[in-house]
Design a protein around this ligand. Sequence first.
Ligand code: SF4
Length: 418
Amino acid sequence: MTAEPVFITSTIGPKTLRVMPAKQQDGLDPYMAQIITNRKSGLSLNHIIGCPLDCGYCVRHFWGNFEVKIPQLLVTTPEAVEMLVGNEAFRPHTTPLQLFNKATDPMLPGVKPHTFAVLEELDRRGYTNLVLIITRFHVTPADMNVLEALRNVRVTLLFTYSGIRDARVEPIAKTTTTVDSIITAARLRQRTKVILYWRPIVPGWNDDADTMADVLDVGRHVDAVVFTGYYHKEENATYLRELGVEVPYEDDFQRRKVLPGELDAKVVQAWRDSGITTPLFRKTSCGVTYGWQAADYNGHLGVPEICDICPEEQVRRCRAALKAPTEEEFRAALESFGYDIGAPFLVEDGHVLTSALGEQRRYALQHELGYQVWEVAHPHVHAAHGRALQGYVLSPDEQRQLGEARDRLAAAARYDDD
Ligand code: SF4
């Protein structure tokens, strides 16, 4: 394995990444303390937390970690790799993985040697899993040499680039760092895939025609553009408002990202008008799998309105792969992960309806089956594309359908109990 990096030269971070003392770790928010979590885009390894980039909308606001500017290790990197591959949800070659997508940037000078150490160790073990690296920081030709030397793991670099010019929202907006990195990575990629991760798109921040055209112009260079909205939660909204930034949403805080239908249509139209040939996607896993010419591991084709902008060749791939699990297969999947095989579920058209299974278990099942696994308490609204319901209204028909779904699942659960 690559030697554990210890002394790291950095202009913005620490010279040494230290393991956080146990006492301090005891005081962390439980979510921050979780080193492995299953997210929709993949099983995530986050054994380094802390970031100096100060993005105003950072999700670390939610878990009381935003003030921690110096990345610190929760465990050593060799220990973290063992935790990842030993996790109940890890499947060699199939489980999509993400590195440092929660509480730091994987390309910060102090973090980057650990990012590479994990990738090199997974590669040395022969795992061909997709690995998502989401960054907005420097990616140099030397970094691309490291990534291009990998032979097994399938790495996708996703560059968060919003075109936002307000440094209160994104301090990095004052620099050309992200665009330079995108151009460098795109120019030097051979095996590695490069995605422009266009987010967050927020009315008034970056949805004017010129900004959108500029972002899309950068998108000419990459394999795919993925767009999405903003996590509108009290903590980051308060922070931004205290800086004087207007947050254009009402305080109806939601668990999913906000991207109203009007804005979705505007983005798609801007992409069409731009004339770029790079495909545009609404979902991260769609962009990643398109890059690797694989079917979407989240089975988004089960929600066909997501796919109306997808290249036909990719739709064909997904269509060929999309298969509803039988009840036996779903129970076998539950059992294979060690989950409660008595949990109520109902296989429906394009998704499996479940109740109280928990988000992380649902994602493990979804990645394993390539089929959407929904929670009955979190309704999917037609054309909301799985986003927050702000900007969308449940029609009477959809309200009725939701009630019916709850009834069906309840009936299935009663049947199971029998
Ligand atoms: S066909 Fe649909 S699910 Fe498949 S990659 Fe395209 S948008 Fe995603």
